[in-house]
Design a protein around this ligand. Structure first.
Ligand SMILES: CCCCCCCCCCCC(=O)SCCNC(=O)CCNC(=O)[C@H](O)C(C)(C)COP(=O)(O)OP(=O)(O)OC[C@H]1O[C@@H](n2cnc3c(N)ncnc32)[C@H](O)[C@@H]1OP(=O)(O)O
Length: 202
């Protein structure tokens, strides 16, 4: 099912494992081209926004097909144990990196389930390089997986992750978000650019 054997398989029949009749759709023609940045969906996003003093500032680049790469550097704000990244924040980074795959399908989606395997500690100051891909789509369900490597794109594996996203109408965000933030986001040029390219009626 996967196009990249470099991302270790988790095996088993977890809800993030695509069923046999899942498909791999074409990348949406409006999606960023391979090598181009996938912009932050929201400047106030803790993971990818730049309007956040302690945020992770994940940078994401579209890959071939339904894949992408992302990277961020662990700062002193991201500690759990002394000098080590907090596991929950690393999981947040994977949530966003895997979620960014949905821009390649140009369909809004939210995380239904996210699984993270921590394989190696991630020290403050290190850069985590993430590779993520869609491994199947069935109906509104988008199955994804990712690997995070330390120091470089072929560095030692620190984490692997898999997630199930559920495609939602844009009203999921506009109806459920705190109204003043939704109103501000409507004025955010990055959000507007992203939404313009979405298939908003899954
Ligand atoms: C302005 C633009 C900005 C765009 C901004 C983009 C931001 C991206 C940010 C990163 C991503 C996030 O953190 S998103 C934030 C964290 N996630 C959330 O807040 C989601 C909260 N949950 C929900 O709102 C809801 O539960 C949904 C939408 C996920 C599902 O509700 P629903 O729409 O009623 O659908 P439902 O019928 O229940 O489920 C559809 C199918 O998915 C399956 N399914 C649903 N949830 C799960 C689950 N947890 N584990 C397994 N399977 C599940 C069901 O079994 C079903 O399968 P079958 O019967 O069809 O087989």
């Amino acid at each position: 099912m996967t196009s990249d054997a470099a991302i270790p398989s988790r095996g088993g029949l977890l809800p993030t494992t695509p069923p046999a009749d899942a498909v791999l759709p074409e990348r949406n023609p409006n999606a960023p081209a391979p090598g181009q940045p996938i912009p932050s969906h929201y400047t106030r996003c803790f993971v990818c926004g730049d309007d956040h003093d302690a945020g992770l500032r994940l940078e994401v680049i579209a890959g071939e097909g339904l894949s992408l790469t992302g990277s961020f550097t662990v700062s002193e704000h991201h500690q759990g144990a002394p000098g080590l990244a907090h596991g929950g924040l690393l999981t947040a980074a994977f949530d966003d990196a895997l979620g960014s795959l949905n821009w390649l399908l140009s369909a809004p989606a939210v995380t239904g389930r996210l699984e993270t395997d921590f394989r190696r500690p991630v020290p403050v100051g290190s850069t985590l390089h993430i590779r993520a891909e869609v491994v199947g789509v069935k109906g509104r369900k988008v199955f994804t997986k990712a690997v995070g490597r330390l120091g470089s794109a072929d560095g030692p594996v620190a984490l692997t992750a898999a997630a199930l996203f559920i495609q939602v109408p844009i009203e999921h965000f506009t109806s459920n978000g705190r109204p003043e933030d939704v109103a501000k986001a409507r004025e955010d040029r990055a959000v507007r650019r992203s939404v313009e390219n979405l298939e908003v009626n899954p």
